[in-house]
Every structure is written in C-alpha cells, then in structure tokens.
Design a protein around this ligand. Structure first.
Ligand code: GLC
Length: 573
C-alpha cells in the first residue's frame, strides 16, 4: 500500500500513559493530567504519533479507573475537563494525538444508573440496563454458576429483602456491574460518550475488555471444565459470556458511530483498537477486525511469547498473514498495565522454555530473574517490533527498561485481584509503580512536584518505589550512553527513516533455525533469540547489498557475519 493512502493509525507509534503513575504535578502522590502536560517533552522525544490515556474518568478507583462512575468527565484527582482540553492542545503542538480508553463492558457500582437500578424494583427500566436476575433457591443462590474474572462468583445479591431476591452480574468484580448492551439506553449512552470526546479532539479509543461484552440471552450455566485450571482462567472459558455474537453487534454499532461522526467531520480519522487476549486464535483476530468492527486489535502473542525462536516466529505469523489477506494492520505491544514488565519476564530463568508461553497474563513464574539478561532481550524484542508493519504501543517506563516491582508489601497492594484471590495472585501493582524521573528521593524520584511555590514535602507515592528507582530514572538514562532510553529514541528515528517508508506487509525469512528474520521491503530485521552468537549468511538474496543500520548490542557485528546472543540487527538496502 502506498504510504500516501495510509490512515495515520495504521503504522502509528503510540505511548500508553498510566495516568496515576506517570507524573504528579500537585504533590499528592497520584499522577495527574497536569503532570502529563509537564512531561510531554519526554513523550515527544520518543517520536510518538499518539498517546493513549488509561481511564481518567471519575471513578471510585476500585480497579483504578476501569470502574467508571461518569463517562463524560475527568476524575477529580487527575484534573478537570479544562485541563484535559489543555492537554489535547499541548499534545497537538508536538504533533501528538490523544486516544482514550473506553470501558463498555461494565461501569462502577457508583455510576448513577447503577445506584438507580439498586433503588428500583425488579423488572424496572432502571434494572434493565444491567443484568439483574432472580436468584435460585428462593433468591438465596445465584442465578447461575458463572465465576468472576478476578475471583469469586460473578453474581452479587442485591440485598436480603426476600421480596427482592435479585442478583446482579459483575464479570470482573462486584464493583463493576455489567451493562446489557441490548438495552436502548445503554446503546445511546455510548453514542453520546463517543461524540462527547470526539468533539474535544480525541482521535480514537482503546476499547477495554471486549471479550466478555455481550452474553447469551438466557445466561445458562457454564459447562463443566475438564482438568485443573487456575481460578482466574474460569471466566475466559465460559462460552456464554466470552467472544459472544452479541458482542460483535456492539462493535458494529460502535463502528457505525465512528463512521457517522467522520462523515460529518471531514478530515477526521478516528479509530478503535480492541483489547482481548485472543492468544493463538487467529480466527478471532479476523472476526474482530472485520471491516465493520475494530480498526485494529492488540496482538498479544508476541508479548506472551517465551524467548525462543520458534515461538517468536509463530507469534509473528498470524498477524502478518492476516495483514497480507485483509490489509488489517496489527497493533503490536510488548507491555501494558496488566502484565509483568518485559525485562522481568524475559530475564526469568525459564523465559526460553516453550512451555513458559501462557495465556494467563496475571500468573507470575517464581523463577529467578537476571535483569541484565532481561534488558538485553527486551531491547532485542523492541528492535523487532519497531520494524514491523502496523502500529506499535509502548507502555510508559519500558523506554527506561524498568523491571516489575516484585516485592511490594502486601499491605500496600491495591489491585483488586490480590484481595479477591485472598493473596493467591499478587496482581498487577508491580508494573504500575510511579515512574522515576530524577535521582531525588525527596520528590519520589521526580514523580511528584510540590505545587508551585510551595516548599511543603510531597506525599508518598500511591505505590511504593524501590530504593534503586533513581538509578533507573529518565535523568540517569539520559546521561548514560547506550541506555535503553537512547535505544528507544534511536529505534523511533530508525522506524521513520527505514521502516515507515516500506510497504505495510512483511514476510518471514528462513535464515536458519536459530534466527527469527522478517523482510519488509528493503528492510530485514534479524533476531538472535538464543544465548550464543549465530552466524548469518550474508550471501542470502534478501541480504545482498544491505548495510547494518541498527544493532541492539554495543558490540558491532564483525562485518555483519555473526549476530550476538540476545540481540537484533536491522539490515537495509
Ligand atoms: C482490562 C483492563 C484491566 C481491567 C479489566 C477490567 O483487562 O486492561 O486493567 O482490570 O479490563 O476492566
């Protein structure tokens, strides 16, 4: 496809901002929009096209914003609509678009509609916006056997009034009641929400939890599951609530809303990217990205792949195949706010084992971690994804090679998964620790600034930072030649110089079983995902007349003929 006809999002570089943990401008230990504005220069230095804000709507923060109590305002701790407008305007001066995070599957139990539903009678219009059902056994037992994604039953009893006896469905937690998207009020609300934010200059949405949106209309029991599985996997195997046809009807309505808005506003190019763990299920990737559904869907296979050539090659295969067939560009990512940071994942002693491939992004392996090794591998993986056709989503802090914080004290953990599994799963706090900007512990390593003119000490950050956090800060990485921060800037520049001009297509190259190689027009990217140097055949037709334009190790490849362990090289004509 000629680059002129591309939509901006097809090969965009997007930076994910976990608002709570990015930068805190008012010293309360919680990140905010003003903090993002003050650090836009850092985001711009990575050459990104857009930033994606995790949910920053008003919320009781039971699931850190994925429990929305008002879809058309800004959470008080984060700022205001005026500040949001200022952020969009400031970002535009850097050529950066703003994407938000839409949570259609459920809201907060403090959303006014849900409060009204609780106050209303069974069978009322207020309850019809959610899944309220009579319990079994005279109301004493839940309506069916569904389990919640974060542990426990998916049903919560309304109250003990025998005249009521209803329960409501919360696929994730009792604080996140599910919407019934067959309800006309719910459908209209989301149309209004889209338009509200598009009018404020938002160019698209990451759409949360698309897997469990839409239910079997009769809500039948989940069939028995064979074998022993982790309690957190049960929901994802429920055919009555996951990947339902009723969900696809919702996405078609959403897409029509975007198309109608674009038709009324020539020049706008809006997009939606779907979040669902469809690992090794290309048929689902194809379904969700049909022309009248999502523009893109996250490809999580690579993020969850072990550090092993066959698995990495396999993770690349399906998205590139779909791209060749349909023109749908992949949305690559190596990290997000729900999964252990890559430096830790790939530094684990078991990271190279094919069986370390897991569908469950929440389970941590207890293996020993070598962070230096993990960082080398993470750099190699980054160099791979920066070269690929499609968009690339970076998660704040990966440019600093931040590791997962594994030793957060139990009494400081805030992820509902930790509480709902009674500590059996530690949860996701470890990838959400506030960013280190400087070496100054008095300001939580530059995360918190005292309000202007105020010399008062800043509050403790909402999650504790490790003692060595300052050594990993932006300030230190700026000064260190060859740091991962410098590599990310180099990768971004190399993407613009050598990758974006190539076709939106790529194919696997056979360069030997130890190497993962992909050719995209005149660019060839080669990954050595083994722990020994590997010879490379420079006489291969895809490599003749190429030069090395980038390498993730400092050791230059001697005449390009060997590629160092755990590293990636770009060759270009
Ligand atoms: C998605 C979000 C996750 C959230 C869940 C429930 O998976 O990424 O953070 O907890 O949905 O909304």
């Amino acid at each position: 496809m000629a680059s002129e006809s591309r939509r901006w999002w097809q090969d965009a570089l997007v930076y994910q901002v976990y608002v709570r943990s990015f930068a805190d401008a008012d010293g309360d230990g919680i990140g905010d929009l003003e903090g993002i504005r003050s650090r836009l220069g850092h985001i711009a230095s990575l050459g990104v096209d857009a930033l994606w804000l995790n949910p920053c709507y008003p919320s009781p923060q039971r699931d850190h914003g994925y429990d929305v109590s008002d879809y058309v305002d800004i959470h008080r701790e984060y700022g205001s609509l005026e500040l949001f407008d200022a952020l969009v305007a400031d970002a535009a001066t850097h050529g950066i678009k703003v994407l938000m995070d839409l949570v259609p599957s459920h809201c907060s139990n403090e959303h006014p509609w849900f409060r009204a539903a609780l106050a209303a009678a069974p069978g009322s219009a207020e309850r019809a916006r959610f899944y309220f059902r009579d319990g079994q056994d005279d109301g004493r037992a839940p309506p069916n056997n569904w389990q919640a994604a974060f542990g426990g039953s998916a049903w919560t009893r309304v109250d003990d009034d025998p005249a009521d006896g209803q329960w409501y469905l919360g696929t994730f937690t009792p604080h996140q009641p599910d919407f019934d998207h067959t309800n006309a009020d719910v459908q209209q609300m989301f149309v209004d929400v889209f338009e509200f934010w598009f009018d404020r200059g938002v160019e698209g949405f990451r759409v949360d939890a698309v897997a469990p949106t839409g239910k079997h209309p009769d809500l039948p029991d989940q069939p028995p599951i064979d074998g022993d599985i982790d309690i957190l996997d049960i929901t994802w195997l429920n055919p009555h609530t996951v990947f339902r046809p009723e969900g696809h009807a919702v996405w078609r309505d959403f897409r029509a809303t975007l198309a109608a808005y674009e038709a009324r506003h020539p020049g706008r190019e809006l997009m939606m990217v779907a979040e669902a763990y469809v690992v090794r299920r290309p048929e689902l990737l194809r379904k969700f990205t049909r022309p009248d559904e999502f523009h893109q869907m996250f490809n999580f296979d690579l993020m969850l792949s072990p550090w092993e050539p066959t698995s990495i090659a396999r993770a690349l295969h399906d998205p590139l195949d779909i791209l060749a067939d349909t023109g749908v560009t992949p949305a690559w990512t190596l990290n997000n706010h729900d999964i252990q940071r890559i430096v830790t994942r790939l530094g684990r002693a078991d990271a190279h084992l094919p069986e370390s491939w897991t569908n469950n992004n929440l389970v941590s392996s207890g293996a020993d971690v070598d962070l230096a090794l993990g960082e080398r591998r993470a750099r190699a993986m980054a160099a791979l994804v920066f070269a690929l056709p499609g968009s690339l989503y970076l998660y704040q802090g990966e440019e600093l090679a931040l590791p997962e914080v594994l030793d957060i004290p139990d009494d400081r953990r805030t992820d509902p998964i930790f509480a709902l599994t009674a500590g059996a799963t530690t949860g996701r706090d470890g990838c959400r620790v506030p960013l280190p900007w400087t070496t100054d512990p008095a300001t939580s390593y530059g995360f918190s600034s005292p309000p202007a003119g105020d010399q008062a000490p800043v509050d403790e950050p909402w999650l504790p930072q490790p003692a060595d956090w300052g050594d990993r800060s932006v300030a230190v990485e700026e000064r260190r030649a060859g740091s991962t921060l410098h590599l990310y800037r180099e990768l971004s520049a190399a993407r613009r110089a050598h990758a974006n001009s190539q076709p939106l297509a790529a194919r696997a190259l056979e360069l030997g079983r130890d190497l993962v190689a992909v050719a995209r027009g005149d660019l060839v990217v080669v990954v050595n995902a083994t722990s020994a140097p590997v010879d490379i055949d420079l006489a291969h037709p895809a490599l003749t007349d190429t030069t090395v334009v980038l390498s993730t190790t400092e050791q230059p490849t001697p005449s390009g003929s060997t590629i160092a362990a755990d590293s990636t090289i770009w060759f270009c004509r």
